[in-house]
Design a protein around this ligand. Structure first.
Ligand code: NAD
Length: 355
């Protein structure tokens, strides 16, 4: 057996429909008395409902979370939390709200409880991305890890179909890259396989019937597993490309992950077919084409062009993504990358044989 290092997270996880009602109990177990509920403006009502249910345990509500965790928003929220003497943060929402909770936990000794309502998975990673004056920086620190995560699938029932699909595929991309991660271990690989399978079946059912609870339950379960492996092992080509397309070309986060996933996995399948065999098993085809057919069947975006990317920018994207060497299971050559990006731009099926 290969040697490996394994670090288990310390967070308490509560999973299941109705678990939101345990929030007060979780707070008390963690020794907390005054929580500020965090949300985005569109999710203000859900946050208000939770604050009402918490009664005297709620010290306030801050519904100013936005994408990319801008530092000025964090500072305003921090001043508010200090004013109401909060000792606890409850981040109810997607990755943007979790990001605000993490940024506040990083700057204070408030206890963070996450209540995720999308499939992004940030609630179980020690990673925090923040923006200041248009620049994004990412840090990795266990101080940003929530002390507890409450996964109540009922909260994700309202996530619109299109957003559910791309959010779920974004999560699946973490688990797909975890399968060939340099620092993978037997547990991370098991979690990744289970996460991909649960997300696959969840998204299929959601696409067929967005209101069906079983699909939502399975997708949120998959999101937990996929997020967990993102927090445990390093990512490679797929995340580098998506970071490039998002950071340098302002492409939408989850949609870009959804388009690129079959292409990056197909590209790497040539180098590590054994490690990606679980994807072939789950999707019943070669990894790239199998994922491509599945994403298409869900109605996910399948081309960069469709997302507004410009053909004229493909060369620059290939230059950036092939610059600054980083670890990937298949050696990255600029021409190979450029060809892969062209396929992704056109919405073509990734080549068979993983070429
Ligand atoms: P998001 O949090 O930005 O949410 C998008 C919109 O959907 C918001 O308006 C939100 O209020 C709304 N929404 C969320 N849940 C809903 C629900 N159940 N019903 C109706 N509306 C709902 O989107 P996201 O994709 O969850 O998060 C993306 C962000 O998370 C990105 O900034 C990304 O970088 C970050 N992220 C970070 C990590 C990490 O480990 N640090 C991991 C994954 C994603």
């Amino acid at each position: 057996m290969d040697r490996f290092s394994y670090k288990a997270g310390a967070a308490r996880i509560e999973f299941g429909r109705g678990m939101l009602s345990r929030t007060g109990e979780v707070m008390s177990d963690l020794g907390c008395k005054r929580a500020v509920v965090l949300a985005t403006e569109p999710q203000r009502q859900s946050a208000q409902d939770l604050a009402d249910a918490l009664g005297p345990l709620a010290a306030g509500l801050y519904a100013g979370a936005v994408m990319h965790t801008p530092v000025d928003v964090t500072e305003t929220a921090l001043a508010y939390c200090r004013e109401v003497k909060a000792d606890c943060l409850i981040a109810l929402g997607g990755g943007s709200t979790t990001g605000l909770g993490k940024a506040l936990a990083y700057r204070s000794d408030m206890t963070l409880i996450a209540v995720p309502t999308t499939y992004a998975g940030s609630e179980v990673t020690p990673i925090l991305g923040q923006t200041e004056k248009g620049l994004k920086t990412t840090l990795k620190d266990n101080r940003v890890l929530p002390s507890a995560v409450i996964y109540d699938p009922a909260l994700s029932d309202t996530l619109p179909l299109g957003m559910s699909v791309v959010s779920g595929l974004n999560a699946m991309a973490h688990a797909a890259e975890a399968l060939y991660a340099q620092d993978r271990n037997p547990v991370s690989s098991m979690l990744a396989v289970e996460g991909i399978a649960a997300m696959k079946s969840g998204l299929r059912r959601i696409a067929d019937d967005p209101a069906a609870p079983a699909g939502r339950d399975s997708a949120l379960y998959g999101a937990w597993l996929c997020g967990t492996v993102l927090g445990q092992v390093g990512m490679a080509l797929h995340h580098k490309i998506c970071h490039t397309l998002g950071g340098s070309f302002n492409m939408p986060h989850a949609e870009t992950h959804a388009v690129m996933l079959p292409h990056t996995v197909g590209f790497n399948a040539r180098a590590v077919p054994d490690q990606l065999e679980p994807i072939s098993q789950i999707f019943g085809d070669e990894p790239g084409p199998g994922l491509f057919g599945y994403c298409k069947s869900l109605g996910a975006p399948t081309s960069l062009q469709q997302l507004g990317f410009r053909q004229a920018d493909l060369d620059r994207a290939a230059d950036i993504a092939s610059g600054n060497p980083y670890w990937n299971p298949r050696q990255i050559d600029r021409d190979g990358l450029r060809a892969m990006l062209q396929d992704a731009f056109d919405g073509a099926e990734p080549p068979r044989g993983g070429c």
